[in-house]
Design a protein around this ligand. Structure first.
Ligand SMILES: *Cc1c(COP(=O)(O)O)cnc(C)c1O
Length: 380
């Protein structure tokens, strides 16, 4: 095997010798979950076979699969009249399948555009709509505001009798968040990728949530799809099986060979989320953690500028910039030397982005806030 390129040496500030990982995704996972996975990779529950090697139709995996679904319901407080589907592919796969399942010919779906991920959902939605003889309506044009905020109540142009309204509750790239569920008459479908189980869900207002695992729920390459049973019953029955949410639900999330390791990793994450106190507790923790960083921005006398308007700031992705792109670059480099990794903003947003999902430790936010104050003092 060829050796991987060596990492540049840096301080390892955590007690376990790892760095603070501010990556937007795949993101850091809780250390106890990683340790358990390490063990289970070798020998799952005393079977003498690791999780990656067990048959997906065997008794050991039956239990892993059933427990992952059960713990998902417990952790996220998913109501009994909703289906839980652990589906291969990331959030973008679900964006592509969504209209095929729920946008009938002649109907319109509304899509407010609040950043890269909704822009992609719209462009995928349009391709599907063209095949289906249906329509996508852009209900809000965030690009005009450089995506610095989400729509306010009453600001979206909504289609009467829309098949659904698709929105993204937390905009990972620009660092904005809907502070409350959007007001609409259409059934709501939410891309919850970067906020999954980190805020309570208004179940009565939604019909579907989906998201990739790699931000708040652990592994990449697998998504969590939650869909209300009566809405699922209205889905297009003529789809190829792998594209059908109903088929995945009926097939217990294993229509074909599922990503067994990812399902197990998510199952452990659901247990961890439940042990933290669920979405309510994780939202409180996120307000506290992001508040440490927003305080450092707001008390910097303009050295740091937040990219998002204050009333809709994300609790998961804290985005800001320094006075010049050169200072942005120096900030990222010096932070890395202090054991703080992954702070470069998305190429479309620029600046700095600190992603601090549910598993990200509070001490890492304390360390970054301190570093921000020191850096501003040395450079202003
Ligand atoms: C990361 C992300 C995606 C893309 O997820 P994949 O799993 O890579 O397909 C989509 N939407 C949002 C809001 C995201 O944060």
């Amino acid at each position: 095997m060829t050796a991987a390129p060596a990492m540049t040496s840096c301080t390892r500030p955590t007690p376990s010798g790892r760095v603070y990982n501010f990556s937007a995704g795949p993101a850091g996972m809780p250390e106890p979950v990683l340790r358990q996975l390490q063990e289970d990779l070798w020998d799952l529950r005393g079977s003498g076979i690791g999780i990656m090697e067990h048959s997906h139709r065997g008794a050991v995996y039956d239990a892993i699969n059933a427990e992952a679904h059960e713990w998902c319901r417990k952790a996220g407080r998913v109501p009994a009249d909703w289906e839980v589907i652990l589906m291969p592919g990331g959030a973008t796969v679900q964006q592509a399948y969504l209209p095929f399942n729920f946008l009938p010919a002649g109907r319109t779906a509304d899509y407010p555009d609040t950043g890269i991920w909704t822009t992609k959902a719209i462009s995928e939605g349009r391709k599907a709509a063209a095949m289906l003889g249906a329509h996508i309506h852009v209900a809000f044009e965030g690009s005009r505001l450089k995506y610095t905020r989400v729509p306010k109540d009453g600001e979206m142009s909504q289609t009467p009798n829309a098949a659904y309204l698709h929105y993204c509750s937390n905009n990972t790239v620009f660092g904005t968040r809907y502070p409350t569920t959007p007001v609409t008459t259409a059934p709501l479908v939410c891309d919850a990728s970067s906020e999954y189980f980190a805020r309570p869900v208004d179940w009565d207002r939604h019909v579907m949530l989906y998201g990739g695992g790699q931000k708040n729920l652990g592994p990449s390459g697998i998504s969590l799809v939650l869909v209300k049973k009566d809405f699922l019953a209205t889905a297009n029955p003529a789809l190829p099986t792998m594209m059908s949410f109903a088929a995945h639900a009926a097939g217990e999330s294993r229509l074909n060979t599922p990503p067994t390791f990812g399902v197990h990793a998510m199952g452990l994450m659901f247990r961890w989320i439940a042990a933290q106190g669920g979405p309510e507790a994780l939202e409180r923790a996120a307000i506290d953690k992001s508040g440490l960083l927003y305080d450092a921005i707001d008390s910097s006398n303009g050295f740091y500028t937040g990219l998002a308007e204050r009333w809709c700031r994300s609790f998961m992705n804290v985005s800001f910039r320094l006075p010049t792109p050169e200072l942005d670059a120096r900030f990222v480099k010096e932070a890395a030397a202090h054991g703080m990794d992954g702070l470069t903003g998305h190429r479309d947003a620029g600046g700095i982005r600190a992603s601090i999902y549910s598993a990200f430790p509070r001490e890492g936010c304390v360390a970054l806030a301190q570093f921000m104050r020191d850096f501003a003092g040395r450079n202003s």
